[in-house]
Design a protein around this ligand. Structure first.
Ligand code: UD1
Length: 307
């Protein structure tokens, strides 16, 4: 099959591209390299690159039949969405509408969208199921939610099938430790490798659902290839299904770095931080046959080895 991956040179997109290629598919990556990097991608006879902003792409930029599009290109930063809401709106929401129009023009039967747990805001119940009310507390979360709604509407109207995957806390190789959207794991691993102190915001009892990037790539692959009714929409959480506190995370990391122990500093909670997060992944499991394969410890070991 032939898939388009927008944001395919980025952290998650490059792992998805690798998996699709190793499964024998053809991939066209579209990336404007704003945060992506061509070094993330292999040289492969079935891989085509289009270095372009997705919202500027025309149907004639693509050749051959396309069986699905995974849309991961975005400004994936809550902070940036507050600082530059109009720019984030363009890169997150307007770009998704451009993608929907591309699906229409190229007759693409499946759209898979990288949504976010940010659509839930402060969860009222754990684990968080897709039925829980969505109440975004950042422009970023709102943009992701509205993208889902646009895609649902157009899927029904145009007859393609849509899968929105609500990503929880993704970590793994190629996640930048110094970017505005750096996750806590990439920051801590980077510091600990250099023996530098780490900072915990709050008392470290807050929990997150950390999912290894290759599990996420697997979830996207299933979402691209599972048989679904045309015109249908499916929303699935994509997490590990377990929650881990920051204190537990630091304990696991310390066992990975037995030689040099970093000091831990505690600072006040970050404004807007949620206390707990854990995905109910039963929907992804029943609808997409998704099971996470990497435990936090095994994922961390691969991440540390890759650096
Ligand atoms: C994550 C997502 C974000 C999404 C949100 C939805 C990542 C990188 N970000 O944010 O896109 O909108 O879920 O709920 O996956 N922390 C420290 N020290 C540090 C860095 C972070 O203590 O040096 C703490 C934070 O205060 C937070 C926790 O670690 O309590 C996780 O932070 P982070 O990795 O930035 O992710 P989220 O805030 O959960």
């Amino acid at each position: 099959m032939h898939f388009i991956v927008t944001g395919g040179a980025g952290f998650i997109g490059s792992h998805l591209t690798e998996q699709l290629l190793s499964d024998g598919h053809h991939v066209t990556v579209v990336d404007n390299l704003s945060t992506g990097n061509l070094q993330n991608l292999p040289e492969h006879p079935h891989l085509k690159l289009l270095i372009k902003d997705i919202s500027r792409c025309q149907p004639q930029d693509f050749t051959g039949q396309i069986d699905g599009l995974a849309h991961l290109a975005a400004t994936p930063s809550v902070t940036q969405s507050w600082l530059q809401p109009l720019k984030a709106h363009h890169n997150n929401l307007s770009a998704t509408i451009a993608v929907i129009q591309l699906c229409q023009a190229l007759n693409i039967p499946r759209l898979v969208f990288a949504s976010s747990a940010a659509v839930y805001g402060n969860p009222t119940q754990l684990p968080i199921s897709e039925n829980q009310q969505t109440y975004p507390i950042s422009p970023y979360g709102l943009q992701k939610l509205v993208c889902e709604q646009y895609a649902k509407l157009f899927a029904k109207q145009l007859g393609f099938s849509f899968v929105g995957l609500r990503l929880f806390n993704v970590y793994g190789p190629r996640q930048q430790p110094n970017s505005p959207y750096s996750g806590v794991i990439s920051i801590f691993v980077n510091a600990m490798q250099q023996g530098l102190p780490i900072t915990i915001y709050g008392d470290g009892t807050q929990t997150r659902d950390f999912i290894y990037v290759k599990d996420v790539a697997n979830g996207f692959t299933k979402a691209l290839t599972t048989l679904l009714k045309s015109g249908s929409s499916l929303i699935c959480n994509l997490g590990n299904g377990k929650n881990t506190s920051l204190v537990e995370l630091v304990d696991i990391l310390k066992t990975c770095f037995p030689k040099h122990q970093s000091a831990t500093n505690f600072m006040p909670y970050r404004v807007g931080d949620i206390q707990h997060s854990q995905a109910d992944i039963s929907n992804a499991s029943s609808m997409l046959n998704f099971t996470p394969h990497w435990s936090l410890k095994s994922g961390l070991e691969i991440l540390i080895e890759s650096r």
